[in-house]
Design a protein around this ligand. Structure first.
Ligand code: TRP
Length: 347
C-alpha cells in the first residue's frame, strides 16, 4: 500500500521559523520525494475554534495567512490537497463516534492538552470542545486513512491517542481503520525551536517569533536582540554555547556553504563554537552571521508570498477544490466506518 500523508495547522497566526523547521521542511521533502498515494494538508479551523470560540474572525482571517505561507514555502497544490477542516462536516461525525472510545481521564492525561490548559486560563471551566480536540484530531487523520503524519514533537500525544482510538475501534467493530505513524524532523533542535528570547518554544503568544513573512528589518532587529549568554559581557570573556539561542539557531540553520559565503575565516560551526567558548568572539559577529543565513532563507519565501497574496481568488479556488476532494474521500470513509459499526440502515 502506498502512503497517505496528512497533516495540518491551526490558523491562529502567520507561520514562523518554528513551523518551518518543525514541520514545513519535512512536508516539502515528502512532497518532492513523491511516491505517495495522497498528501493532504488541512487548515484546522475547527480545532482553532476550540480555544478561540469568541474570536471567529481571527481564525477566519488566518486561514488565508496560513495557506499563503504554505504556498510560499513551496508546497504545491498540484501535489498536495489543501482543505479547510470546518468545510468537511463528516469529520464531526467521525469525532462523535470516537468520543465513545475515549475516557475523560485519558483526555485529561494528554500531555499536550495539559500543557495548553496551564497556559490558557480556563480556570475550572474547561470547555468540552477543547478537552476533546485530540479526538477530533483522530477523526482528521483516520477519515482519510492517513498512515503518515508529519508533525512536531508536541503532536506525538495526539498521534498516540489516535492509535489507541484506532485499536479500540478495530477491536470492537473489526479491522477498519489504520494506525498512523508520526514523522518528526531529523534535527533534534528542530523538534521545538526555541524562541528568540531563549524560552522553551517559538510561539505567537510569547511574542518571540520570526515569521516567514517578516521584512528584512524585522528579522535583523529580532536576531540582534536575541538571547545569548548573559555573562558574556566583553568580547574577550569566554562565552557559553549551550542555551545560547544564536548557537541553537546556527545548529539548526547553518550549512557549510554559509561559512564559505559569509564567514570564511571559520570552516565549521564547531570551530566557531570553540572560539566563542574560549573568548575573543563577540555576539555581534555571530548575530551578523545568523542574520545573513536567515535573510537568505526568508527572502524568497517572503517574495513568493507577496506574489500569491495579489490574487486571493485564485488562493480560495485552491482551497475550494481541495476541500471538495476531501469531502468526497471523508464521505466514502464515513460510510465504511458506519458500515463496520452496523449503523448503515438504508443501504
Ligand atoms: N494539532 C495541530 C496543531 O496544533 C493541528 C492538527 C489538527 C493536525 N488536526 C491534525 C495535525 C491532524 C496533524 C494531523 O497545529
Amino acid at each position: 500500500m502506498k502512503d497517505i500523508i496528512l497533516t495540518g495547522d491551526r490558523p491562529t497566526g502567520r507561520l514562523h521559523l518554528g513551523h518551518y523547521v518543525g514541520s514545513l521542511k519535512r512536508r516539502i521533502e515528502l512532497q518532492n520525494k513523491g511516491g505517495y498515494d495522497k498528501f493532504y494538508i488541512m487548515i484546522a479551523d475547527s480545532q482553532a475554534l476550540t480555544d478561540n470560540f469568541g474570536n471567529v474572525q481571527k481564525v477566519r482571517d488566518n486561514v488565508m495567512e496560513v495557506i499563503l505561507d504554505y504556498l510560499a514555502v513551496g508546497l504545491d497544490p498540484q501535489k498536495v490537497t489543501f482543505f479547510i477542516q470546518s468545510e468537511v462536516s463528516e469529520l464531526t461525525e467521525f469525532t462523535f463516534y470516537y468520543m465513545n472510545l475515549v475516557t475523560l481521564s485519558r483526555l485529561e492525561r494528554n500531555p499536550t492538552v495539559k500543557e495548553e490548559l496551564k497556559q490558557k486560563d480556563f480556570n475550572n471551566s474547561i470547555p468540552m470542545g477543547f478537552l476533546t480536540y485530540p479526538v477530533s484530531q483522530a477523526a482528521d487523520i483516520t477519515a482519510f486513512n492517513a498512515n503518515i503524519v508529519p508533525v512536531g514533537d508536541d503532536q506525538l500525544p495526539m498521534i498516540e491517542q489516535t492509535r489507541e482510538i484506532v485499536r479500540s475501534f478495530n477491536n470492537l467493530y473489526g479491522e477498519t481503520l489504520i494506525e498512523p505513524k508520526a514523522v518528526l524532523p531529523d534535527n533534534e533542535n528542530s523538534y521545538r525551536l526555541v524562541g528568540t528570547d531563549g524560552k522553551a518554544k517559538m510561539s505567537k503568544s510569547l511574542n518571540n517569533c520570526i515569521y516567514l513573512s517578516d521584512e528584512p528589518e524585522e528579522i535583523k532587529q529580532k536576531v540582534f536582540s536575541m538571547y545569548t549568554d548573559p555573562d558574556h559581557i566583553h568580547v574577550s570573556d569566554p562565552g557559553k554555547v549551550e542555551g545560547n539561542t544564536v548557537f541553537t539557531y546556527l545548529d539548526v540553520f547553518s550549512r557549510p556553504e554559509h561559512f564559505e559565503k559569509y564567514l570564511p575565516e571559520y570552516k565549521s560551526l564547531d570551530e566557531l563554537k570553540v572560539h566563542y567558548s574560549r573568548g575573543g568572539l563577540g555576539d555581534m559577529k555571530i548575530k551578523k552571521f545568523l542574520n545573513e543565513i536567515l535573510q537568505e532563507l526568508i527572502t524568497p519565501i517572503r517574495e513568493k508570498r507577496k506574489e500569491f497574496a495579489k490574487n486571493p481568488a485564485a488562493i480560495m479556488k485552491i482551497l475550494y477544490d481541495g476541500t471538495m476532494e476531501a469531502r468526497k474521500v471523508a464521505h466514502k470513509n464515513l460510510i465504511k466506518l458506519k458500515t463496520s459499526m452496523g449503523i448503515n440502515y438504508f443501504n
